[in-house]
Design a protein around this ligand. Structure first.
Ligand code: 5GP
Ligand code: ZN
Length: 137
């Protein structure tokens, strides 16, 4: 993808602070970290979300996420970390090239997770379960 900033990073046309690279994936420091060490892991081949990414690449991404997370966890002396993928604009995806956030966490770092709510009824819960599982049979 010509205009994609993460494809440009893969091609070396834009700089990055590289953390890790193999044939299929590249990891680099997020330029605006939630905490130091916040890393983005991307597939080198352009895709937008997990939905248009092939399964082999996804498997590679999750095992590489583990490898990089372990290095960040130990080197940055973390107490925890979040892994996140924003999927599509409405969910906060700003860069339309699949990327996994590995976000270091520290006690009292002030970062809040997403808010949660109750289902309105058992009926609503049942309907939602039915809707989703219908497509998984
Ligand atoms: P999203 O909101 O799409 O899940 O996250 C995009 C992330 O990419 C943001 O955390 C942002 O700071 C990071 N980012 C955007 N442009 C660049 C860039 O050119 N270089 C680096 N290193 N990070 C970027
Ligand atoms: Zn791209």
């Amino acid at each position: 993808m010509n205009d994609c900033i993460f494809c440009k990073i893969v091609r070396g046309e834009l700089p990055c602070y590289k953390i890790y690279e193999d044939n299929e994936t590249l990891a680099f420091l997020d330029r605006n970290p939630v905490n130091p060490g916040h890393t983005l892991l991307i597939p080198k081949k352009h895709s937008e979300t997990i939905l248009d990414t092939n399964d082999e690449t996804l498997k590679k991404l999750i095992t590489t996420t583990k490898k990089i997370s372990k290095a960040i966890f130990e080197s940055m002396k973390l107490e925890g970390f979040n892994i996140g993928i924003n999927q599509f604009k409405i969910a906060g995806q700003v860069v339309p090239h699949l990327h996994i956030h590995i976000m270091p966490r520290h006690k009292n770092d002030g970062i809040k997770l997403w808010p949660s709510r109750e289902y309105e009824s058992e009926k609503e819960k049942n309907n939602v379960q039915k809707k989703i599982t219908r497509l998984l049979k």
